[in-house]
Unconditional design. Structure first.
Length: 471
């Protein structure tokens, strides 16, 4: 949907983009994609295999900025205002006693994360026994006066989504489809819902990286897309301004203030999701950078954009360097996350291949089918699910896996023998930030399995699983 050009045509040396790629591969584990847009042109776009351009990626809290946009459109249509009180919108979900702080809660406070809770309420809301997330949110003590204290509280965004649905009779996805998604060329937005069918709002949206970049371009142009005002310019300005201070958070780019579900940055503003999902909008440079990642070190991603890409954005076109342009094109086309290093096969591999190992103290089983050329297949079974994962050697092989709540996800896996008795497999969920590393150590009839995640909202290291082969 956006025209393409070389970086040099819009004032960026191809070598600066190369330096950025070098730096993130050295310092960040791991970027999944990057799209650089300037002056309305896509200058660089790349995906680290096994991630692909045509696959959507979980955006986590970048979703919040799309929910904010839905609220802005509803305001423009006269359905509500940011100063509307929240409690009257949920007469069936408010507590029997509405205290002064809850009575004073307004839509504006949900937008700016100043609702008044002492801490994020996600775990409490998610675990509500009646699956009534609005009731659970409103039942938590509002210890601060609304508007007085910034506390990043993801269910506040859910409440915004629920408000839009109550006022329009449509989910946020349905409401945004003709107003935002279709004009931007986003044909198949995927967004999770709560058990009661309300779009989650604060997370759960999956889009392609090019689509995220177009959303950033829309905001960069004050809500105008291809000559059409999709989002009111007044909403764009309000949503991306610093509406409230964020206090002394750990990293400088999180200390610049918060708007209506957008973060201010040292440079411009951004939609921001956990583990390195970013839509960076840089008005002074007339640029957008969209990034997906799976890293626990999200500040490092921004640091590298500020270090390598931002200062390279010059005022005018540069002399074309065909060699540098070709080198960058080849590099972007060949991006790949490293596969597991090791041997294709060992004498022990032939011995243990195909054995059915029963998990001690449980009903699960594990079978590794190892091939002399290095390819393998891993079969995992338990009382809830079964996985049959093809594993590449020196390559990523696609497959499917079942995760929480029976959800099937696309995965790509590679593996190798890192020692005579040890096989390591890594599996990326290729529409998500997550990578699982599985280490299988064989000793006689015993198999010990260690597994860890690259990122998680809970622990990333887990107790070993022991299984036994019974001939």
């Amino acid at each position: 949907m956006l025209p393409t050009a070389t970086p040099e045509e819009h004032g960026i040396p191809s070598s600066a983009v190369m330096a950025f790629l070098d730096a993130v591969e050295e310092r960040v584990d791991a970027l999944h994609s990057v799209v650089v847009v300037r002056h309305g042109h896509t200058l660089a776009r790349g995906w680290w295999a096994p991630y692909q351009s045509d696959h959507p990626h979980a955006l986590l809290s970048v979703s919040k900025s799309f929910t904010s946009t839905a609220v802005g459109l509803a305001v423009e249509e006269g359905l509500l205002s940011v100063d509307d009180l929240v409690a009257p919108l949920f007469p069936d979900s408010v507590p029997t006693r509405v205290d002064d702080h809850l009575a004073a809660l307004r839509v504006r406070h949900l937008l700016t994360m100043t609702a008044g809770h002492a801490a994020d309420t996600t775990d409490i809301v998610w675990a509500d026994s009646d699956d009534d997330w609005a009731r659970a949110f409103l039942a938590q003590p509002f210890v601060h006066e609304p508007g007085s204290t910034f506390v990043y509280d993801t269910p506040a965004t859910y409440m915004l989504s629920a408000i839009v649905q109550r006022l329009t009779g449509q989910t946020v996805v349905e409401y945004l489809r003709p107003r935002l998604f279709e004009p931007l060329g986003i044909a198949e937005p995927i967004w999770e819902t709560c058990p009661r069918g309300v779009t989650v709002g604060g997370w759960g949206l999956r889009l392609r990286t090019d689509e995220v970049a177009r959303f950033g371009e829309l905001y960069l142009r004050d809500g105008v897309w291809q000559g059409r005002q999709l989002v009111p310019a007044s909403w764009v300005r309000a949503a991306t301004a610093s509406q409230v201070p964020t206090g002394a958070l750990d990293d400088v780019d999180w200390q610049q203030g918060y708007g209506y579900q957008f973060w201010r940055s040292r440079h411009g503003y951004r939609a921001d999701g956990a583990f390195g999902q970013f839509c960076l909008v840089l008005p002074e440079q007339d640029a957008v950078v969209a990034i997906t990642s799976g890293t626990p070190h999200t500040p490092a991603v921004l640091d590298l954009v500020w270090k390598h890409l931002l200062p390279a954005m010059g005022d005018g076109p540069l002399s074309l360097d065909d060699g540098a342009v070709k080198a960058l094109t080849d590099r972007l086309d060949g991006l790949r996350l490293p596969t597991v290093s090791g041997r294709a096969y060992t004498p022990l591999a032939a011995e243990v291949s195909g054995r059915l190992y029963h998990v001690d103290g449980g009903s699960g089983s594990i079978t590794l089918h190892a091939e002399p050329g290095g390819a393998a297949r891993l079969v995992l079974k338990d009382e809830r699910s079964a996985h049959d994962l093809p594993i590449g050697y020196g390559e990523w092989r696609p497959g499917k896996a079942t995760i929480a709540a029976g959800q099937t996800v696309a995965v790509s896996t590679s593996g190798a023998w890192t020692a005579d008795d040890t096989y390591v497999a890594q599996a990326y969920a290729t529409e998500m930030p997550y990578r699982r590393t599985l280490t299988y150590t064989f000793a006689g009839d015993r198999l010990t399995v260690e597994h860890r995640e690259n990122v998680s909202f809970g622990p990333t290291e887990h107790p070993p699983v022991v299984a036994t082969w019974r001939p």
